[in-house]
Ligand binder design. Structure first.
Ligand code: SAH
Ligand code: SF4
Length: 380
């Protein structure tokens, strides 16, 4: 199988073009087709010589994601279900600017991307892990989630302009080159990002590069269930990516009940890795804390949680649990969530509580894929 062109860094392309005796500006042209114009065929790259296009097509694949399902509408959260080249499904979630969530100022959109097909970590409450792990995503499959959304956005913007004009007017694509839709990324879709470390980092470098996705490292948040060795490794990388920890329990007893990963990396080890991360990066960590009825929502839990957050100078994002079909877990009542938040605030811990309505579509990643796969399984 050929490597995909969108799995390569600029310097790798430059090295390849050198062996083909192509000038460096050809790389710039290629990158513009891929990351600015979002084309999906070699033939569309009209300013590249035919021979070069042939060489490229013989040496690399040029995959794009196929949209199979979309939920939600403009201005609210939208979920995209994609089909990969091998027929597997993944999803991405497009969220309108929500500056409070990770402390970033944002006038555009946040995209939540997947990093694996399924997940091996089997957290008890999560839809992504229900059917186990299938495979890692290649760098291009992570990168393409951003490009495919930009492509979708441009064509729908184009359609809107066209319908406003006389139908015969054809508007050149370049005239519509819209400002980029996505300026924040959260790596919180399906899969455990740090279990696909190499491909993730490569994809993020492509998405971060000025010649690629152009998304600032500080606007990229990686979420992990707590893989200790990889957190330490990430701390040693030069980029300033943000880190979110899916904590969901502030004692080993509570965390263990819902997150098997806690047996391998208990809180003591996780805390030590986060101390190291902080020492290296001096950046605020975020704790994700899903509130699950009767599991981790007792007010006493705010004491160990507050202590841990203070120790690590972390911010706490409280997220009322999204019901997953077939699982027994429930979201606590609104009052319980508000009291939990107030108890953290009383300890002067920076904390937020997600309060949006309309959770039917806002539901956590992994659910649309699971539903679709099960529907397909029924009809096969
Ligand atoms: N594997 C990584 C990233 C993907 S999960 C991680 O666990 O951090 C992204 C976030 O969604 C995690 O915080 C996860 O715990 C949360 N999540 C999973 N299922 C959920 C549900 N049903 N309701 C609310 N949040 C959920
Ligand atoms: Fe995997 Fe994250 Fe879901 Fe746990 S919460 S099963 S680590 S995707």
């Amino acid at each position: 199988m050929l490597t995909d062109i969108k799995s390569l860094l600029r310097e790798e392309l430059e090295a390849q073009f050198k062996t083909w005796e192509q000038p460096v500006y050809r790389v710039t042209q290629l990158l513009e087709w891929l990351y600015v114009r979002h084309v999906t065929t070699w033939d569309a790259m009209t300013n590249l010589p035919k021979k070069l296009r042939m060489q490229l097509s013989e040496s690399y694949s040029l995959q794009s994601l196929e949209l199979v399902r979309k939920q939600g509408s403009r201005d609210i959260t939208q979920k995209f279900l994609w089909k990969l080249a091998d027929g597997a499904f993944i999803e991405s979630v497009l969220i309108p600017a929500n500056p409070a969530l990770y402390g970033e100022a944002s006038d555009r959109h946040t995209l939540c991307v997947s990093t694996q097909v399924g997940c091996a970590y089997g957290c008890k409450f999560c839809a992504s892990g229900l059917d186990g792990w299938k495979r890692n995503l290649a760098p291009n499959e992570i990168v393409e989630q951003v490009l495919a959304i930009e492509r979708w956005n441009e064509t729908s913007a184009e359609r809107e302009v066209r319908s406003a004009e006389s139908p015969k007017d054809s508007i050149p694509h370049s005239a519509l080159a819209a400002p980029r839709l996505i300026n924040n990324l959260v790596i919180m879709g399906m899969g455990e990002p740090l279990a696909n470390y190499e491909n993730l980092l490569k994809a993020l470098r492509i998405l971060n590069a000025p010649w690629g996705g152009g998304i600032g490292a500080r606007k990229i948040t990686i979420s992990t269930s707590g893989l200790v060795p990889q957190i330490r490794r990430l701390a040693d990388e030069p980029e300033q990516f943000r880190l979110a920890i899916s904590l969901h329990g502030a004692t080993d007893e509570v965390r263990q009940r819902i997150m098997p990963v806690n047996r391998k990396y208990p809180l003591k080890e996780l805390t030590a890795a986060l101390e190291y991360y902080q020492a290296q990066k001096d950046r605020m960590i975020t704790f994700e804390y899903i509130l699950i009825k009767g599991v981790n929502d007792a007010i006493e839990q705010t004491h160990p949680l507050g202590a841990l957050a203070r120790h690590l100078r972390a911010k706490v994002n409280l997220i009322p649990y999204n019901k997953v079909e077939g699982l027994k877990w429930e979201r606590p009542g609104e009052e319980v969530c508000e009291d939990f938040l107030a108890a953290l605030e009383k300890q002067r811990i920076p904390a937020t509580l997600r309060r949006e309505k309309g959770h039917d579509i806002d539901a956590a990643c992994g659910q649309l894929r699971l539903k679709t796969e099960r529907e397909f399984a029924k009809t096969e």
